[in-house]
Design a protein around this ligand. Structure first.
Ligand code: KG4
Ligand code: ZN
Length: 350
C-alpha cells in the first residue's frame, strides 16, 4: 500500500511517500521545508506568514516528491486535519482534497498527535514486526502545543489519561528561553545550555508532581523562573547554564513521575514518547532509566522524526487503514474534510 502524506499544521511544510506492508514500512520520500528562519525574528510562529509560505512551498515540494510518475502508484492520500493553526492546516487540506478529487484517489484526514505517536513506528522496527506484543502501551506526548498521557489499547484505540491544564512542555521551554533572551525555538537552545549547567543550582517547583491525576501544569514554573531572574542583578553565562539545567530538571522530573505512575496503574506493556520535546536527550535518558527500573520497554523516535514531518502522518494513515479505523473518503466526499484546530485525538471523528 503506497501512501502520499501532507503535513502543514504549523510552520513546517512536509510531504512523504510511504510503502507499507505487513511487518515492513519503507519510506520513499520524506521532504520537510522548515520555516524556523522566517519566524525566529518574531520569537514565535506568525500564522499569516506560515500560511503564505505553505502556499508558496507546497507545489514545488510535491513535484519533487512525486517526480515524473505523479500520483500513478499512490493508493491513498493522507493529510493532517488538526490540531494546529487553522490557516496552516487549510493549505495542506486544500492541496490534498484537490489532488484526491482530480486523480480519483481516496483521502484520509489524520490527527497530528496520532502522527507524533506513530513516529515511533518509523524509528523502531520492533514495533512494526511485533505489533501486538507492546499493546496496551502508554504514550507521553510532549510538543509545542500539547502535553498528554495517552493509553493506547491497539492501533487507533486511544484513551486520554491526562493533559496540561495550561502551557505545554515545549511551550514552557520556548517561553523560558524568551525570558532568558535565548531565541526561538527555545527547547533546543535550553537543552544545549543545560548540558553544561548544574541542575541543582536553583530550586524550581515540580508542579502537580504528587497530584492524584495525570494532568500537568507548567505555567507556574515559567513564573518561578521569572521571579528568580528578577531577583538577580546580572546573569553570567554560567548562571544561564545553571538556570537552564535547573528548569529542565524540574520539567523532566514531573514528566517522568507522571508517566511512570500511569504505566504502573494501567499495567502497560511499553512506554513511548513523541513530539518535538522528545528530541531532549536528558528527557529520553531519564525516561529510559525509569522504564528500565520498571522492566518496561521504552521506545522513542529518532531525533529527525521528533519534529513535525509527513512521514509520521503516512504511518498513522497506514495503521488506520489496515486496522480499518481510519475514515476513508472518496470522490466528492473528500470535500467534507475540514480543518479542526482543536481536534482531540480521543474524539476520533473529524
Ligand atoms: O512537535 P513539534 O515540532 O511541534 C508541535 O506540534 O508543537 O514541537 C515543537 C516544540 C517546541 O516547543 C520546541 O521548543 C520543542 O518542541 N523542542 C524541544 C527540544 N527540541 C524541540 N524541547 C526541549 N528540548 C529539546 N531538545
Ligand atoms: Zn507537532
Amino acid at each position: 500500500m503506497k501512501i502520499l502524506a501532507i503535513e502543514t499544521s504549523c510552520d513546517e511544510t512536509a510531504i512523504a511517500l510511504l510503502e507499507g506492508r505487513t511487518g515492513l514500512l519503507k519510506l520513499e520520500q520524506n521532504l520537510i521545508y522548515s520555516q524556523i528562519a522566517i519566524h525566529q525574528k518574531y520569537g514565535g510562529v506568525v500564522p499569516e506568514l506560515a500560511a503564505r509560505k505553505h502556499a508558496e512551498t507546497i507545489v514545488p515540494l510535491l513535484s519533487e516528491a512525486l517526480g515524473k510518475d505523479r500520483l500513478k502508484k499512490v493508493d491513498y492520500l493522507a493529510v493532517t486535519a488538526g490540531p494546529g493553526l487553522i490557516t496552516s492546516l487549510l493549505s495542506g487540506i486544500t492541496m490534498a482534497k484537490t489532488l484526491a478529487y482530480v486523480n480519483n484517489k481516496p483521502l484520509c484526514g489524520i490527527n497530528h498527535i496520532e502522527g507524533h505517536i506513530y513516529s515511533n513506528w518509523l524509528s523502531n522496527k520492533e514495533l512494526v514486526r511485533a505489533p501486538k506484543k507492546y499493546f496496551p502501551a502508554l504514550i507521553l506526548i510532549v510538543s509545542g502545543g500539547h502535553t498528554e498521557l495517552v493509553f493506547m489499547r491497539g492501533h487507533g484505540r486511544y484513551q486520554l489519561l491526562g493533559q496540561t491544564l495550561d502551557d505545554a512542555a515545549g511551550e514552557c521551554f520556548d517561553k523560558v528561553a524568551k525570558l532568558l533572551s535565548l531565541g526561538y525555538p527555545g527547547g533546543p537552545i535550553i537543552s544545549q545550555l543545560a548540558a553544561k549547567g548544574n541542575s541543582r543550582a536553583y530550586y524550581f517547583p515540580r508542579p502537580m508532581i504528587s497530584s492524584r491525576d495525570y494532568n500537568f501544569s507548567f505555567a507556574g514554573l515559567k513564573t518561578a523562573v521569572l521571579y528568580t531572574l528578577e531577583k538577580k542583578r546580572k546573569i553570567y553565562r554560567k548562571d544561564l547554564a545553571d538556570l537552564c539545567a535547573s528548569f529542565q530538571q524540574a520539567v523532566i522530573e514531573v514528566l517522568v513521575a507522571k508517566t511512570i505512575k500511569a504505566s504502573q496503574v494501567y499495567k502497560v506493556k511499553a512506554v513511548l514518547v513523541g513530539g518535538g520535546v522528545a528530541a531532549n536527550k536528558h528527557l529520553l535518558a531519564s525516561l529510559q532509566q525509569a522504564c528500565q527500573k520498571e522492566k518496561k520497554p521504552f521506545f522513542y523516535p529518532q531525533i529527525r522524526s521528533t519534529g513535525d514531518n509527513a512521514a509520521m502522518i503516512a504511518v498513522a494513515a497506514y495503521y488506520g487503514l489496515v486496522s480499518k479505523r481510519a475514515r476513508v473518503l472518496k470522490g466528492r466526499e473528500v470535500f467534507g474534510i475540514k480543518p479542526n484546530p482543536n481536534w482531540q485525538l480521543t474524539k476520533n471523528k473529524l
